[in-house]
Write a protein that binds this ligand. Structure first.
Ligand code: SAM
Length: 163
């Protein structure tokens, strides 16, 4: 059952690496998997412990529930299932285009009107332009050039914008 006081949803939180407060009570942390503390690389550990285990293509929350949504889906389609990158970030399936399009649609559905979506994408294997063509809206702003070290983009969308 969702705590209706929560204003923020992270639809695929993984190990919450980019959160300053990993226990922030204002955030509904979701992921499709749980993973007990596991050594994924020599001396490096990962733990995935979402509030709700669910699929971002079918979120178990009502329309217009959150002020802010965070969407940082897996970005790799070619990686061994046991490779540490797959353990850490997950892996895209064969139908990844449909999955990402549905994920974006679900984020927009659970956002309140004028709610904000922060989308993160690393272009290591798939260019951002290909991903944006799957979405019904253009981003408002973000870093147009990817970060040098990990080819990452952070983009901002607003529900209801036709940009
Ligand atoms: C790039 S990682 C997220 C990393 C996270 N932002 C962090 O700071 O640690 C992507 C996550 O999406 C999850 N995931 C993959 N497919 C999903 C789906 N259909 N629904 C929900 N989560 C999914 C994976 O389990 C993985 O933890």
């Amino acid at each position: 059952m969702i705590d209706e006081k929560k204003r923020i949803i992270d639809v695929c939180c993984g190990s919450k690496m980019f959160w300053f407060d990993k226990e922030n009570p204002d955030v509904e942390f979701c992921d499709i998997r749980e993973l007990p503390k596991t050594e994924y690389c020599l001396g490096r550990y990962i733990e995935i412990s979402p509030d709700t285990v669910c699929d971002f293509t079918n979120l178990p929350f009502a329309d217009n529930s959150f002020c802010l949504a965070v969407f940082d889906p897996p970005h790799l389609k070619q990686v061994g299932n046991k490779a540490f990158m797959a353990v850490k970030y997950g892996k895209l399936g064969e139908d990844w285009e449909t999955t990402l399009a549905e994920g974006f649609k679900e984020c927009m559905r659970v956002l309140k009107p004028n709610g904000v979506l922060i989308f993160k994408w690393s272009e290591i294997q798939i260019p951002l332009s290909q991903i944006l063509s799957l979405f019904s809206q253009r981003p408002l702003f973000g870093n147009k050039r990817p970060q040098k070290n990990n080819k990452t983009h952070w983009l901002c969308f607003m529900k209801g914008e036709q940009a």
